[in-house]
Design a protein around this ligand. Structure first.
Ligand SMILES: C[S@@+](CC[C@H](N)C(=O)[O-])C[C@H]1O[C@@H](n2cnc3c(N)ncnc32)[C@H](O)[C@@H]1O
Length: 338
């Protein structure tokens, strides 16, 4: 019954009703608020246990509401850009009024911030959206200051550069998107080596100092930069699942290996075809994910994956191995007594 109805029935003021409700424990008070918070924390823990190492069909905010505070080591995700992509069967979920869309996205990001563990990281892969008048609007620019205002720490703005894409008539062709990387406090993990790239000159040598003449590059490859050159998946690529906005695994792989250790929890709240979850499973991380659609694609993809913790490091190439092997032989030969 509403305040108005009780007031009309009993002829007493709103203030009096409020006091009566409080006396009979029918209003929020501190004890009830704490009780509810504890019950919610228990429910969230159970929810996570149930969904661990699986994905589910869910609206993003419902799913995030189920996750415990500070439970995720790495949120890696890419939201819909509100550009009318034909996701699922509704074809309307990517077509909202601009301000509604931005408000919704900020709610999602605020929930990502709540559920990220201390020392955990959020990687948000974004491109351009557009306003109701059709003007293009870069999402990383909208999100940046809000992520800072949520108390997160800026780590990087990675440019994902791809060589192919559409070529519009009256403006520059788009050949990059952006991955915003924020952490909660200082990041607990930063593993450069699995994200190293092949050295441009693997046989480069120091030209002065005590190491003069010795190979000067890191044998595991060049230190990773904030420009990631990764091709979009071609139509016949073996990773292709039929999802309309599927990302290459290499994009997720770098982020997962840089910012987590095996066993850490990785989440993708807009899982789509399950790219980030597949990478998490392959690299021995725990994972959870959700999307309104594509559960069959994800289930099929995840079922086919075996964890693989022994693959070659991407910065190490047959050429660099040959150069370092020759160097090792030369050192051994000069150290052998005649
Ligand atoms: C950019 S795609 C993600 C693609 C994914 N990274 C991949 O590699 O397959 C965005 C996804 O958000 C999903 N989505 C859109 N609105 C949603 C909502 N309200 N709740 C959950 N998922 C939603 C779409 O179905 C779509 O799969």
């Amino acid at each position: 019954m509403s305040y108005e109805e009780v007031s009309a029935k009993h002829g007493i003021s709103r203030g009096k009703i409020w006091k009566l409700a409080l006396r009979h424990n029918a209003r929020k008070n501190e004890a009830r608020i704490q009780e509810r918070a504890a019950a919610r924390a228990r429910r969230r823990k159970e929810f996570l246990q149930e969904l661990l190492n699986a994905s589910t069909t869910s609206d993003v905010l419902d799913f995030l509401d189920g996750l415990p505070d500070e439970s995720v080591a790495l949120h890696i995700t890419s939201p819909p850009y509100n550009v009318g992509k034909p996701y699922g069967d509704a074809h309307l979920i990517d077509k909202h009024r601009f301000h509604y869309y931005i408000g919704w996205l900020l709610q999602v990001v605020s929930e990502l911030a709540r559920t990220t563990a201390q020392g955990g990281v959020i990687c948000l892969q974004v491109g351009n959206t557009h306003t109701d008048q059709g003007a293009r609007y870069p999402l990383d620019c909208v999100l940046f200051e809000h992520l800072c205002a949520m108390g997160l720490t800026y780590q990087d703005r990675v440019v994902w550069e791809f060589p192919h894409g559409l070529t519009p008539k009256n403006r520059l062709a788009e050949r990059y998107e952006v991955m915003l990387i924020f952490s909660k406090g200082a990041p607990k993990t930063f593993n450069a080596t699995p994200a190293r790239t092949p050295q441009k000159e693997p046989d480069k040598r120091a030209f002065k100092g005590p190491n003069k003449g010795k190979l000067s590059g890191n044998p595991f490859g060049a230190h990773p930069t904030n420009v990631w050159r990764i091709r979009h998946l071609g139509h016949n690529h073996k990773e292709r699942t039929g999802h309309p906005a599927q990302f290459p695994e290499e994009l997720a792989r770098r982020a997962v290996l840089l910012y987590t250790m095996p066993g850490d929890l990785v989440a993708d709240v807009f899982s789509g075809s399950g790219t980030a979850l597949a990478v998490a499973k392959k690299t021995g991380r725990a994972f959870v994910g959700a999307d309104l659609y594509y559960e069959d694609l994800r289930a099929q993809r995840l079922a086919a994956i075996e964890p693989d913790l022994a693959s070659t490091l991407p910065g190490v190439t047959p050429e660099s191995i040959a150069i370092w092997a020759a160097e090792a032989r030369a050192v051994t030969a000069s150290a052998t007594p005649s």
